[in-house]
Design a protein. Sequence first.
Length: 369
Amino acid sequence: MANSNVFYSPIPVVVWGTGNVGRAAIRAVAAHPGLELTAVIVSSEAKDGRAAGELAGAGRDLAVTATRDVDAALATLDGAGAVVYAANGELRPDDAVADIIRALTAGAVVVSSSVYALYDHRNAPPEVRDPVAKACRDGRASLFVSGIDPGWGNDLLPALVSGLGSEIDQIRCQEIFDYSTYDAEDSVRYIVGMGQPMDYDPPMVMPGVPSMVWGGQIRLIARALGVEIDELREVVDRQPLTATVTTALGEFADGTQGALRFEVQGIVDGEPLIVVEHVTRITADVAHDWPMPADGGDGAHRVIVEGRPRIEINVEATDEGGNRSAGGNATAANRLVNAIPWLRDTDPDLYDGLDVPLTPSTYLHRRKK
């Protein structure tokens, strides 16, 4: 039991990056009574010196301005504290790992959604994992890498839901999203392939890439269920637009890719026992025969347990003016931020989505009447 006579200071936290996850992370840190936002790191000259509350859409002044001076930002942690690393890692994975190592070596707990290879650190390539593990030891700090999908939508949630069944034939985790309002145009057009000719090969679904990104989540679910995966299989399907559409991201021409669907299947005894499936559209008017969100909205995350009983869980989160992409990003950020106190108190190491408990919120907001 904690000694009530001891004064406990909030944990100082630096948020590194102000994109989709970084904005939500700033708001989450500012709301948490056990954390204190001490710095925000940006790479853009245009953001340098701007108010963190403004960048995050917090609706209030957070008394912190953004900086490109990484050393000065980390110095606010005084050799402890935590870093929420939310800088882009899809296009710069080596740089992202180097940044994370830098923060860990400085003694900061690090939580991040940026490096897919470390979601399932036990099976990460040694050339990625070993330097990070050494940084944890050297800095006596811990690392937790997670998100929503990959992340809690296909590790913690399906493991929890499986405990409500008696006979399980298959676990399927789905992300179903309309990307017309997703604030990451380069990713939507060039990684996912929306608006590209049908002979374009989207990097997201090049052979081996889906297994690299989501295979770790398959293995985490298998670990929770106590089964061994024999192999991973990938299934990809694409559909073209039948008319030109214009979204918040610009124009997407008739005949170009308008929808992408893929599965990563965890095969056990010849059958796909664990499946992670993505269904992505650039408009709701394409691929009508593919799965849709239960309420017909812009996006959802779904876990289906086929068995006895059959169980289906739909999660629909909204943020930043009702945007479901922003809502999903916020849940990922909150999962990471809320884990910081637990990570600060545990042994220095790498942790995954099954290791880190889901911490109940301690900041229920009561509006003044």
